[in-house]
Each structure stands twice: as C-alpha cells, then as structure tokens.
Design a protein around this ligand. Structure first.
Ligand SMILES: C[S@@+](CC[C@H](N)C(=O)[O-])C[C@H]1O[C@@H](n2cnc3c(N)ncnc32)[C@H](O)[C@@H]1O
Length: 228
C-alpha cells in the first residue's frame, strides 16, 4: 500500500513534507471510497493531476456552506474532486461532470459507485466547451451554484466566461492551479499553459463581475463569487 500521507504530489505548495504530513494528520478522516481512489490514482502515470486531499475537504465544506445543489466539475480525471463534492451534496444534488477521457472516467465511475453517489453525477464525455455551451443552449443559464475548473489550462479563460453565465448570482467558481507550481513567477517560462494561467489571474483581479479571493491552498485556488 502506498503511504498517501507522505506522497508529495497533490500537496499544498510551499509546505514542506513534515508540515504537510502534520496537516493531513489533523484533517478529518476521508470517506473510504476517497481513500481507495487515491490509492488507485497514485499508481497512474498522471496521478499528480489529482487535487490535494486538503483541497477536497475545503471544496466539500464550501458546497455545504452554500447549500449547493447543482454543480459543475470541469476536468474529472479519476474523479476525486467530483467525489468530494458529490458526497457533500444533498441526496437531490447534481454534478455535471465534463471530461474527454473514457479510460480515466471509468475509474471515476467505479468509485462514484462504491460511494453510492453515481446517481448524482451526469458525466459528459466531450470537450468541456461543447458541454457548457449545450447547457446554455438548453436554458440552464444561472442554474448552477458552484463550478470547479480543472481541465486544460489553455481553455481556462473560456471556461471561466461560460461558468459565469451558468452560475447563479451568489454562486462560486473555483479555479484550480492558479499558482501553477510556481511557474507563474518565472518569467523564463512562456509556454501556453503558464501564460493562460497568468492571463486569467490578471483578468480575475480586475473583474468587477466577481468578488475574488486568491488562496495558496494546494497548487493555488481562485475563488470567484458572482456578483450579478
Ligand atoms: C487536472 S485533471 C482533473 C483532476 C480532477 N479534478 C481530480 O480531482 O482528480 C484534468 C482533466 O481534464 C481533462 N481534459 C483535458 N482537456 C479537456 C477538454 N477539452 N474538455 C474536457 N476535459 C478535458 C483531462 O482528460 C483530465 O482528466
């Protein structure tokens, strides 16, 4: 069994290993399905894409605080973020979960099933921009309480604009990886993904449509509360 408490991937940026281990030791216990899913994802070649455990607790708290019922998960991978949210939603809660990988979302479905929340999750296997536009076209503007953006970074700005339309006033958009392992402050790094994140961070700072909080949890999380 992999020691998930000393696994450095998916931890909070800037915390050394011993402090991260301590943080996890004082976190609430994980649901068994979440633990099992982390075990399986730790063996995946792209397992580092999974959100940090402490971030999952925070997302669960947030959706409960908001009394959220309808949420979006953009970038499912093996399902950790969606499972955290699904477990926190009421029995009639719903997640529209977007991804393009059949293989990885098969793993997600296994653990959604194990946790008894699969009926809350509407998985859409298609480019997320297409799915979000379909939701808008079918009259779902302003009907979501919460959205989590964690797919391809190049499309983050577009996901944000579409989520701003889909989320209700007072709803929250959470954007993942906004510190991007520190690459955002290294001016020699000019790849498309890093530039997309820098650009979005700048845009969020000046965006009057939202109330913004930039949090240094996990790989950086931006919280945008929709004003209008
Ligand atoms: C960082 S991972 C998501 C991690 C996930 N939130 C978790 O908690 O484990 C990013 C995911 O975005 C998906 N993705 C990449 N491009 C996409 C696109 N255009 N539309 C939808 N999903 C996409 C990838 O297949 C991958 O599973």
């Amino acid at each position: 069994m992999i020691d998930l408490d000393i696994q450095t991937a998916g931890s909070t940026i800037g915390l050394d290993e011993s402090l991260h281990k301590y943080l996890l030791s004082i976190c609430p216990q994980e649901h068994a399905a979440l633990f099992n899913l982390r075990q399986e994802t730790a063996k995946h070649s792209m397992g580092v894409m999974q959100i940090a455990r402490e971030q999952g607790h925070f997302m669960a708290l947030l959706v409960q605080l908001m009394k959220a019922k309808r949420t979006l998960d953009i970038g499912v991978f093996t399902g950790y973020s969606s499972l955290c949210v699904a477990l926190a939603l009421p029995p009639d809660g719903e997640i529209v979960a977007c991804d393009v990988s059949e293989e990885d979302t098969l793993v997600a479905q296994k653990y959604w099933q194990q946790a008894g929340v699969i009926d809350k999750i509407d998985l859409r296997l298609a480019p997320a921009i297409k799915t979000l536009n379909q939701l808008l076209a079918s009259g779902q503007k302003g009907t979501f309480d919460f959205a989590f953006i964690d797919a391809d970074k190049e499309n983050y700005a577009e996901y944000y604009e579409l989520c701003l339309q889909l989320v209700r006033s007072g709803g929250i958009i959470m954007i993942d990886n906004t510190l991007w392992l520190g690459k955002v402050v290294d001016s020699s790094i000019q790849d498309q993904e890093t530039r997309a994140i820098r650009d979005l961070n700048k845009k969020l700072q000046d965006d009057k449509r939202i109330v913004l909080s930039q949090l240094p949890i996990a790989d950086g999380v931006s919280l945008a509360l929709k004003r209008i």
